[in-house]
Design a protein around this ligand. Structure first.
Ligand code: NAP
Length: 368
């Protein structure tokens, strides 16, 4: 065998071993370990943690160290939080790619939750935007706890006086996702026909109202029991997916926001106008490995062969968009829809309920 073929064969074998080793490392799940004792001198606080990847059964309600804000951070006393599908992806460590960020084998940071609303209790010495006593809301990993420390230039904004802590806690991930999907990816503008598939869930209930605030005609797709809810938040038309397949209808849409990916892209293509835009944000089946990548890849390829655009968004939590959502709430154009609330110690039940995939608006956690 020629030398270059030998080198090639060895390289292929080494690459195969590297891929296999990475796959094993990513999919390996450690057993749930004991909770470490509190560091000497730490002040305890109640928090929801997971010491291993798994179902909501591995979730614990524990005393952990209360964070001490760094110079650029704000210490927030959390009054309410809300749960998102993102939380159970981190809880379960699936798709496995999540573990690149969350930790291989077991979570690097055991805390859970992102969305919060609360009161600033203390600020670091370099903080200029907030002071103790300010009412705030936003997103920070570890929000299912009595306290979070948030950098002042990250996803934190003043809570509008017109909404309660519970309503504000519902906003961050779902609201910002809906806003960025419609405005940044969908280039929404007045007079358009907009379809929201999955209009009754966390993202959907924000999306219907935000789309209306842009002066569009909105059609929401949901199940029978949610028709009235989706109508009540402003949808001009509602379609019951248990009776009607929206992709078989004669209506054409300028913009489709798809929260559930229940149809093929060719079905969506049929009901898009020639210059229409499809924005996918999620799927009812993300799988353990790369199933979640399939639709974005298909969309990217399809967009090269048509005047329509098929795109996917991964939302980016930031303070500017929180402020935009706060302004909409203050103007009475956006009211978070709350499905139900669980006390902090029952956060596992909140996650179990959300994971069933039929939340009506947002699922909250109230913090003592
Ligand atoms: N890309 C991102 O940055 C990003 C950000 C946030 C969320 N996401 C993803 O977006 C998805 C939605 O998130 P979410 O917070 O809105 O979830 P959610 O609150 O659990 O809402 C799910 C909704 O989907 C509806 N639904 C289920 N099957 C349906 C169907 N066949 N047709 C139409 N609607 C259906 C349910 O309504 P019924 O009860 O009426 O069935 C429910 O209201 C998730 O997959 C999540 O991971 C992605």
């Amino acid at each position: 065998m020629k030398l270059r073929y030998k080198i090639l064969s060895v390289s292929v074998i080494l690459l195969a071993f590297a891929v296999l080793a990475l796959a094993i490392a990513l999919s390996y799940t450690s057993a749930c370990g004991p909770s470490p004792p509190l560091a000497a001198g730490a002040t305890p606080m109640k928090a929801i943690v997971h010491r291993c990847y798994g179902s909501p059964d591995v979730v614990r309600y524990e005393d952990i160290a209360k964070p001490v804000p760094a110079d650029n951070e704000v210490l927030v006393r959390v009054h309410a939080a809300s749960v998102n599908p993102l939380d159970w992806h981190y809880l379960e460590g699936t798709p496995y790619m999540v573990r690149i960020d969350g930790g291989l084998g077991k979570p690097g940071n055991p805390r859970l939750g992102v969305d919060f609303s609360g009161t600033v209790e203390a600020v670091g010495k370099a903080v200029t935007r907030f002071k103790p006593g300010d009412e705030v809301f936003g997103g920070k990993f570890g929000a299912l706890a009595q306290y979070v420390a948030v950098a002042e230039n990250r996803a934190i904004a003043a809570r509008p006086a017109t909404v309660t802590h519970e309503q504000a806690a519902a906003v961050a991930i779902a609201g910002v996702t809906a806003l960025q999907a419609l405005r940044d990816e969908g280039h929404i503008h007045s007079g358009q026909k907009v379809l929201i598939n999955g209009a009754s869930g966390g993202v959907g209930t924000f999306a219907v109202q935000i789309a209306k605030s842009f002066g569009t005609q909105v059609t929401g797709v949901c199940s029978t029991r949610n028709l009235e809810l989706v109508r009540s938040i402003g949808a001009d038309q509602v379609i019951d997916y248990t009776h009607t397949d929206v992709t078989k209808g004669s209506e054409r849409y300028d913009l489709i926001l798809d929260n559930v990916a229940t149809h093929s892209l060719s079905d969506y293509k049929r009901i898009l106008t020639p210059q229409g835009i499809y924005v996918g944000i999620g799927s009812t089946d993300t799988g353990r490995w790369f199933a979640w990548l399939w639709k974005p890849l298909q969309g990217w390829m399809l967009s090269h062969f048509t005047t329509q655009k098929f795109t996917t968004i991964f939302a980016d939590l930031n303070r500017e968009d929180l402020a935009t959502l706060a302004a909409l709430m203050e103007a009475g154009k956006l009211t978070p829809v709350i499905d139900r609330a669980y006390p902090l110690e029952q956060s596992a039940d909140a996650l179990r309920y959300l994971e069933q995939g039929h939340a009506r608006g947002k699922v909250l956690v109230t913090v003592p």
